[in-house]
Design a protein around this ligand. Structure first.
Ligand SMILES: [Zn+2]
Length: 119
């Protein structure tokens, strides 16, 4: 039997072995399953979204709205931060991000001691 991955966001089904292995959706350009995705209380969830310039975001939200977007310098940084955050039972915020939206807080090299706000 062929394994497949069905994206929880767009419900597109993929049979590509790598998509199945990593929970990657080519339609969303995001890791919406597997180690880089998480179900949160109250129907919320989180996943890793690929954006421009090789960067990636941890996106938190519900079915209709993304409430938080944490930007990382690379996709591996975002996935590692998600895995760590899950290991900490999703307490507080993920670590290592360089920008949070919608607050527009920024952290130089992801350092919490170097946080500032720039729209
Ligand atoms: Zn999708």
């Amino acid at each position: 039997m062929t394994e497949s991955f069905v994206c929880p966001l767009c419900e597109m089904e993929s049979f590509h072995p790598k998509d199945v292995q990593y929970g990657y959706c080519g339609n969303c350009h995001a890791f919406t399953g597997g180690a880089a995705a998480v179900e949160l209380p109250e129907g919320r969830f989180g996943y890793v979204n690929l954006i421009t310039f090789g960067r990636a975001q941890i996106v938190l939200g519900d079915e209709t709205t993304a409430t938080d977007r944490y930007t990382y310098e690379g996709v591996m940084e975002a996935i590692a931060a998600m895995v760590l955050w899950k290991a900490l039972d999703c307490k507080g915020e993920p670590e290592g991000w360089i920008r949070h939206q919608p607050s527009n807080r920024r952290r130089t090299h992801g350092d919490p001691a170097k946080e500032y706000v720039r729209p």
